[in-house]
Ligand binder design. Structure first.
Ligand SMILES: O=P(O)(O)OC[C@H]1O[C@@H](O)[C@H](O)[C@@H](O)[C@@H]1O
Length: 211
């Protein structure tokens, strides 16, 4: 029986891939690094720690990850701020879950500042019972750790959770966590979300309401 719904953030609560893309390119441009669209989309859904390791071809220490991450995320929040809007049907779906007393969490590879930014801009904080963010885990998606952490905070067994994810790494993480995964076709078209159990375009009425 479904007792909890866990939402990824980027690409699920909001369709914001292109704004992260702009921020990553600006971050790279400042350092004369050439970052292709393929590299950016491939890494979408992973933690900044892992993305920096690929960009700089070495492991960065915690301080470097925080400092560089703050720089990149500041650019992202600035360029995205005036365009923030929820994926269609999201707010109605959150209201429906609250009414049914189904618990909710956000499980995102992003730093907490980005999660606070989105929950406040969308004004949906009241609908979210738990948050699992990059600073709370050792292994980023596709490792299942972040989804297992969210389930643990909610006090719900993984098999009683469903996950909404747009990224390939995130879908794999949800499946490996033993949860039912709905792929959200924002960042990728449905045909690419083959690992997901089901796919949706947005949160408007569909199979995900049958819980
Ligand atoms: O896990 P989520 O919510 O999809 O967030 C992932 C994204 O979070 C951002 O903060 C990173 O800079 C992105 O590049 C990353 O992929």
């Amino acid at each position: 029986m479904i007792k909890a719904v866990i939402f990824d953030m980027d690409g699920v609560l909001i369709d914001n891939y292109e704004y992260h893309c702009i921020a990553w390119k600006e971050f790279a441009r400042r350092r004369n690094i050439n970052l292709s669209d393929e590299e950016i989309i491939k890494n979408f859904g992973r933690t900044n720690k892992e993305i920096f390791a690929q960009i700089f071809k070495r492991e960065l220490n915690e301080d470097e990850v925080i400092t560089l991450g703050e720089e990149k995320e500041r650019v992202y929040r600035e360029v995205y701020k005036e365009y923030v809007k929820p994926v269609d049907g999201l707010v109605d779906y959150l209201k429906f879950l609250k009414q049914k007393e189904i618990k909710t969490a956000v499980a995102s590879s992003a730093p907490i500042e980005n999660i606070d930014f989105i929950l406040d801009e969308l004004d949906i904080r009241n609908y979210i019972d738990a948050i699992a963010h990059a600073g709370m885990i050792k292994n980023g998606k596709p490792d299942p750790e972040i989804f297992l952490k969210a389930a643990e905070i909610l006090g719900v067994e993984p098999r009683d959770c469903i996950v909404f994810e747009d990224s390939l790494a995130g879908i794999e993480a949800g499946v490996r966590a033993g949860m039912k995964v709905f792929g959200v076709a924002t960042t990728y078209p449905k045909e690419k979300l083959t690992m997901a159990h089901e796919t949706i375009d947005n949160f408007k009425k569909g199979n995900h309401w049958n819980i």
